[in-house]
Design a protein around this ligand. Structure first.
Ligand SMILES: [Zn+2]
Length: 451
């Protein structure tokens, strides 16, 4: 949807980089990549070993077409290096003494957390990346920014907090405070911007309602900045958030592995997120063959980050699914390309049910069309050698009588979007389904093995 938002005099955080020509972006990327490869080859035993094994020398990299000569790295390889050289592995390109902070991945069940270190300089860069995103969505010194974030070992919004200080905004951290206290703090302090995961922003709105607070009327919030979950770009989720808060929401996405965000939504809201192309090379490839995928086609993100000195990330396979489109898809004047619809899910998220591909994010987009659905869960099970998929829905208080109509609509829409695969549909008791603050896990796989 083309935006009618005008370009403001202070539209860009870094006007020179955000509007540079595509040729200049490529030139900058090649120069940075060359330096990064040389640095990693000398300083990081992990990269040196892998370059040698692949028969690759940094001087072989001359243009972006040479990217494919560089061996791609995976999370599993990083993990193996951590196990072989505990606790931090040999990816490090600087001594541990230069590090000032440790963060870990949120630790998916059964997986060892990934340990990431940063120096003071790395933290300055991490904040700078977030500044692009927050500035692009309109955060200025007059803003009061509330972080509904736990400030623990998960890196999450840590960098965004520093970015807001750097932007000159007033920051309210809320640590481990309970949800109702957070709601009151947002209202009492006149917060203008709220940052949280999409799931938690909805939770805040629900608790506000229970407290008799109408956020549209009683709060000064005029911007919501989301991160941490792909649903921040799902239209039905955004509409629900915007209706409850009376404020537009902007999505961002980052990763613990790079320490910050690599994509952000500008206030023109083009239905996609701009890639910080002056600090990252983002490639989109076919996950099976690693062949580049053209504009408009779905593929796996492969990222090279230039900012983190201690952990050089070179052609890192993210398993994130994206569709890249040219910068002309947005009217803001930035020359950075976009990922249409943000992060579309994970390569590994795909589940095959009786021969049909099912992506949880696509199911969420359909379920969230129904405003009476408060929470939901997708359950995969095996019954008599047949895979079953069931969506359990919890409705808003007092809306239970609408279930037959919602069930009928979901039955139709889910089948239509999935080659006529029939989904089981169940009404869950109020409060029966788990609520999440971070990294919602709404899919439960009860099958003992996967096809
Ligand atoms: Zn834009």
């Amino acid at each position: 949807m083309p935006s009618k938002t005008k370009i403001a005099p202070d539209e860009y955080w870094n006007p020179r980089h955000e509007t540079m020509s595509r040729a200049d972006i490529a030139g900058l990327q090649v120069a940075k990549m060359r330096r990064q490869l040389e640095w990693a080859n000398v300083r990081s035993p992990f990269h040196k070993r892998r370059f040698r094994k692949a028969g690759f020398r940094p001087e072989q990299f001359r243009t972006l077409a040479d990217l494919r000569r560089i061996p791609a790295m995976t999370r599993e390889e990083w993990m193996e290096a951590q196990v072989a050289h505990p606790p931090y592995g040999d990816l490090l390109a600087a001594p541990v003494e230069t590090a000032v902070r440790l963060h870990t991945t949120s630790g998916t069940t059964g997986r060892m957390p990934l340990r990431a270190l940063d120096s003071m300089r790395d933290w300055e860069w991490i904040a700078e990346m977030w500044c692009h995103g927050f500035h692009a969505f309109g955060v200025r010194p007059k803003d009061t920014v509330f972080f509904a974030f736990s400030y623990a070992s998960f890196i999450g919004f840590w960098g965004a907090h520093y970015a807001c200080e750097k932007l000159g905004a007033l920051v309210i951290p809320s640590g481990s405070l309970p949800t109702d206290t957070r709601v009151k703090l947002i209202v009492e302090n006149g917060a203008t911007t709220v940052c949280a995961t999409p799931t938690y922003v909805l939770r805040l709105a629900q608790v506000a309602k229970d407290l008799g607070i109408d956020l549209r009327r009683d709060s000064k919030v005029d911007k919501i900045i989301l991160s941490g979950e792909p649903s921040g770009s799902v239209p039905a989720v955004r509409e629900k958030i915007e209706e409850l808060w009376g404020a537009p929401c902007g999505d961002t996405a980052g990763m613990t592995e790079i320490g910050t965000i690599m994509i952000f939504e500008c206030r023109h809201r083009p239905g996609g997120l701009h890639i910080l192309e002056d600090h990252f090379i983002e490639e989109v490839v076919d996950p099976e063959t690693m062949a580049p995928v053209p504009y408009g086609k779905r593929g796996e993100r492969v990222v090279t980050s230039f900012g983190r000195g201690i952990l050089p990330l070179i052609r890192y396979r993210t398993r994130d699914l994206v569709v890249r489109v040219p910068s002309s898809a947005c009217t803001c004047g930035r020359t950075f390309d976009l990922y249409e619809g943000g992060i579309l899910g994970r390569v590994d998220d795909m589940h095959k049910i009786r021969g049909t591909n099912v992506y949880p994010r696509a199911v969420e987009a359909i379920v969230r069309e129904h405003r009476d659905v408060d929470e939901f869960q997708i359950v995969l099970s095996r019954e008599k050698d047949r895979d079953e998929i069931t969506v359990r829905c919890e409705l808003l208080k007092g809306r239970e009588m609408r279930w037959p109509a919602i069930k009928k609509a979901l039955d139709h829409d889910l089948a239509e979007a999935h080659e006529n695969l029939r989904f089981g549909l169940e009404l869950a008791e109020p409060g029966a389904l788990p609520r999440f603050e971070l990294k919602a896990k709404r899919l439960v796989d009860k099958r003992d093995y996967r096809p």
